[in-house]
Design a protein around this ligand. Sequence first.
Ligand code: QUE
Length: 353
Amino acid sequence: MEAEILFEEKGGVGIITLNRPKALNALTLGMIRAMDPQLKEWETKDSIHMVLIQGAGEKAFCAGGDVRAVWEAGHNGDDLTDAFFREEYILNRRIHRFPKPYVALLDGVTMGGGVGLSVHGSHRIVTDTTLFAMPETAIGLFPDVGGSWFLNKCPGESGMYLALTGARLKAADCIAVNMATDYVLSEKMDALLEAFTSADWSHPYPETLVNEIIAKFETDAGEAPIKNDFSVIDTCFAKETVEEIWSALEEEGGEFAQMALKFMRKKSPLSMKMSLKQLREGKKLTFEDCMIMEFRLSQACVAGTEFYEGVRSVLVDKDHAPKWVPSTLEKVTDEMVDSAFEPIGARDLEFSH
Ligand code: QUE
């Protein structure tokens, strides 16, 4: 069997290739368990000057976590429901703290867990094929892999908009909301990789060298349509509750507000309320405390029902007709939301090194 994830050291670059192209390179626990120690080794290895991560195949960088496997594990009482989120978040933190340039090529579909493998690094390059989203409220989850940290770095309330609607962004919008740093055409990916692996790493500032190399390939990403909606986003998504956001969008009534409402009507009401609280709480927390909070939320989700119904409707039966319980925002109580944030004792996420 071909490996799910490939590592190569070439010309001073540590290259990671997510290698499940038929599954849009969705991240498995095996891939996480291979990648974390490899990054740890590269952190201190003198011959490695930067890391580059890419997806195999034409379609995707990484479509998310292998939530189908987590779904099956949950049904079978397997502890993958703990290990997957725990080890994924520990890997997200390693990327967040990675001491060398970490360049992600977001060529194609980049969602959920794929965002977690890229957004914490120093350089995120989007292309003309990038399709970016944090779609977890569609499967009864919440925007994890550090969403409580990085969605709060988006301008204004645009992170809350991405979290609640799961909106899909193209390249220019990714740059406009700080999720991406640079734009290079998809057809230039091979040449860009070649430029990194043939670079003269005796340069005193590897970060500067990486910037110079990217600049040689960069073109203009064009207009970012989301900029036209920033004022509506900031007005509506700043409201205190999901119900008030909903009403504000209805009152707003334009094309953008209608589209946002259409997305939100499909999402789990409980997930949306959890996500709102998650992002607001995240504003007050360190990166590590964000991840500890998210791990508690993940465990509440795998112990509940929305996640199973969400994955069933989107990835298993593919009927896209989830029966959410509770079925409306009004029926979701504060207690249902708040209990997901409670500490879980010895099972709380811990970081060692
Ligand atoms: C919401 C999500 C995910 C999703 C669809 C959603 C997600 C995820 C996948 C996915 C896609 C392709 C695969 C796969 C998983 O889809 O997180 O294994 O081959 O990983 O609406 O959050």
